[in-house]
Design a protein around this ligand. Sequence first.
Ligand SMILES: [Zn+2]
Length: 405
Amino acid sequence: MRPREILQSLSQPSPSKIVLLVMDGLGGLPREPGGRTELETARRPNMNALARTASLGLIDMVGSGITPGSGAGHLALFGYDPIEHQIGRGVLSALGIGMDVSAQDVCIRGNFCTLAEDGTIADRRAGRIPTAEAARLCEILGSAIPHIEDAQVAVVPEKEYRFVLRFRGPGLDGRVADTDPQKEGRRPLKAAAEVPEAKKTARLADIFAALAGQALKGRKPANGVLLRGFDTYPKIATLRELYGLNAACVGTYPMYRGLAKLVGMEVLTTSEEEDFATLARVLREAWPTFDYFFIHVKKTDSYGEDGNFEKKVEVIERVDAALVPAIVELGPGVLAIAGDHSTPAVVKGHSWHPVPLLLSSPFCRGGESEYGETACARGALGRFPAVELMSHLLAHSGRLAKFGA
Ligand SMILES: [Zn+2]
């Protein structure tokens, strides 16, 4: 029996509610050796108050030294082995924008791009055109290319220059390499099937790119498309099926909402832009209805990626002031605060560093005076794989029966 099956067999109902607050890319690094990280720099009286009675630890999202993507990081936080469940961005994005996805589909992430006259890529993001403009272009593509061969085509805007392309039909397979060469000055690549079964999908992708080029001809700045993250819909047992959890997602950004939906969470309506007061209100209103809440904050990661240490600190401070007290006030049985990976401002990207975890419940050993990477390295939970976080959450909320006689 594997660990998750044991968990599943031990799980039992409980009135205690679980909250998982994820600050995306939370883990950080000091600007100078021996200094304080973003989290440690932030004024965070509410998180520090929790740390005094909570258990702290460090979590490895995928494995030591491995830099995780956000999809992998979140799956681990939800208790799914991210190596066993690999999901492409195409499906995550499709789910996030509320697109209907079925087992017959291949979902692909697209970028509107600017092609130079010689066919090379002048701008991979078409000057980061606004979402409204991308929406118009998607409409143009959708009516120009309703189907290719026997596959239906759907083109839906995501955010700014990004869109999702869905092929629906028989014989499709997501194992196709990206057409985005990741560099300007090169031509878009041909879609290459990684296995013979994916040849049809690759052919459809090339036809789509050619037809899109014709439909967008002469437009500025977006006159071409790049396709990446080809993917089919994975079958994942939901949190309800596994542990009987009635789970909800409170977050603004499409991809995380999609991921939550994939594991069976109800995705609650929030505002268009990330706003902590709105997240707190949505949480409050949904409180009686669900027993597990995943709250997602994106801006920590965005500023980490920008290399903006101060702004990342500021977001953590605002979460501490606006979101943490609102959660505590509701009286969850278990509150876990973590990230889905580290995004240190000095790295300007995701990194492999383990993520600081705070787990607060009436059954913790406590003893630290603050929530930060250094305190978490000393913490009672030690350092463990993030995929095991779910068992801690279930145990602390009284949802796991005794194992063995
Ligand atoms: Zn992330």
